[in-house]
Design a protein around this ligand. Sequence first.
Ligand code: A3P
Length: 325
Amino acid sequence: LQTLPPMQLADKYFQIFPEERDPLWQNPCHDKRHKDIWSKEKTCDRLPRFLVIGPQKTGTTALHSFLSLHPAITSSFPSLVTFEEIQFFSGPNYNNGIDWYMDFFPFPSNVSTDFMFEKSANYFDTEVAPKRAAALLSRAKILAVLINPADRAYSWYQHQRAHQDPMAVNHTFQEVVTAGPASPRELLILQRRCLKPGAYATHLERWLHHYQPSQVHIVDGSQLRSNPALVMEGIQRFLGVTPFFNYTQALTYDESKGFWCQRVEGARPKCLGKSKGRKYSDMTPELRAFLTEHYREPNMELLRLLNRLGQPLPAWLREELQSSS
Ligand code: A3P
């Protein structure tokens, strides 16, 4: 039997098992051998029971704020670096390890009734996220919010303009979505970030490879916008969270914002900030037709997927498929 000093031993080990170079964090409490060597001071209770995975620009911040009003639901602490979201499963933060992740969650006051969650909207379309999430949170429930992918693409473009992305500032939305392969690299990157997350079925299939269909709930983002109380009712049922929270009382439509906001007794409603529900002109009918055509097959795939799962079809999906048939 031979051994080596730690660094050389590690080098040797990863030469033999290169696929183990990237960590895959698992729940230490799901395996007795791991639990036995897990520090006695530590707990596995500081992990989310469900994730809001995105995609970006579908109403995930509104959903996050509505969920946080529920007395039995607790959100993660905001990250100071990544726009409040933890973005653990989707990028370099993953290498910080599970203690780093758990520190974003409070100790639940009651482990069996408290529902902790986090929302990171880029999980949805990040290749590695479902595998990583399922390794650590195999029993978690997953919420994905879907709106018409054409509107999502346009909202992302407007978001980038507001953030002074030179490509979005110097190119019309039409130029972005119709850019051909010979266009500048940065323009194609923006195009990709507008269009790719909207291939919903492709991304959902990846999540369904790691999670049971019963763990995944599709939220109709248009309905979340127009009738959030109804959507929150369905989410509460899916999560099995008690007590039942009456969102009809908790939310109110704010005319000047043009969106649903939190009702505050004796004061103005508490709405999301200016960056959520931006004012911009409508997409031209020609562009809408172009995007309807672009998403025809991806939307057909989504239809087949939702039918297979027995999940209801969002109204926007029916309309899109009718207008492109
Ligand atoms: P726009 O600003 O383009 O209108 P996300 O939080 O995932 O980034 O999504 C932002 C989008 O949420 C907004 O996009 C807006 O249309 C939508 N939204 C839905 N309900 C909302 C609400 N109650 N308040 C503000 N925005 C809401």
